[in-house]
Design a protein around this ligand. Structure first.
Ligand SMILES: CC(C)(COP(=O)(O)OP(=O)(O)OC[C@H]1O[C@@H](n2cnc3c(N)ncnc32)[C@H](O)[C@@H]1OP(=O)(O)O)[C@@H](O)C(=O)NCCC(=O)NCCS
Length: 177
């Protein structure tokens, strides 16, 4: 577990007082699914829980992190992994930050930690997706240097229709490492 100010992969994690960062464990699954239910603004709330199956907390913990405090309250998380098919590519499945802790650089630091970790493993590209409606996430990914991809305009941005199922358009992001 790394506390605030701990050096990681050449950088520093700077978290709010009382919070620290560690890799996820299987017991974090329900906590994260509940946080997603509270933290995401999405038109399709019914699908939210289904997007984070338990397997992410069984098989991808070495490249996933959670930020929580001494009371066990979750502040943020990042779930990511390396591609099985193309080891050059890694993928961030979900990132989330407690609304009360947003715009303090927590997600940026989680992304930079992920980038450094995956570069050390030999990855040269990182990918992610987000909802076509999700302006906050789109602004965040643009700020982190991601290129946005889509093949038509949906909700005012370039996106792929039915990307994650019928009526589930997504913007696809990629960035070199
Ligand atoms: C998207 C999200 C993870 C960003 O987390 P965060 O910790 O607030 O982001 P950071 O503070 O690290 O922001 C880094 C940069 O991204 C950009 N950014 C982040 N949130 C933004 C917003 N709401 N509007 C515009 N730009 C934003 C800014 O450039 C910011 O830098 P700055 O604050 O110095 O201007 C957070 O808003 C969130 O949890 N949203 C709900 C879940 C979600 O949509 N996740 C992404 C899809 S999986």
């Amino acid at each position: 577990m790394w506390a605030t100010g701990t050096v990681y992969a050449g950088g520093m994690i700077d978290l709010p007082p009382g919070y620290s960062i560690r890799h996820t464990v299987e017991g974090d699954h329900l906590t994260v699914v509940e946080a997603i239910g509270r933290w995401w603004d999405t038109p399709n709330r019914a699908m939210l829980g289904l997007l984070m199956p338990r397997l992410f907390f069984q098989f991808f913990t070495g490249t996933s992190w959670i930020v929580d405090n001494e009371e066990g309250e979750i502040g943020a998380f990042l779930i990511g992994f390396r591609s099985q098919d193309d080891p050059q590519v890694c993928y961030i499945h979900f990132v989330g930050v407690d609304p009360d802790l947003r715009r303090t650089g927590i997600a940026r630091q989680l992304y930079l930690l992920f980038f450094e970790t995956m570069k050390d493993l030999g990855c040269s590209q990182v990918r992610a997706i987000t909802g076509s409606f999700n302006r906050r996430s789109q602004a965040f990914h643009a700020a982190l240097g991601f290129e946005a991809h889509g093949d038509r305009e949906i909700d005012g941005v370039l996106a792929y229709p039915d990307y994650d199922g019928p009526g589930e358009p997504r913007v696809a992001f990629s960035r070199g490492l």
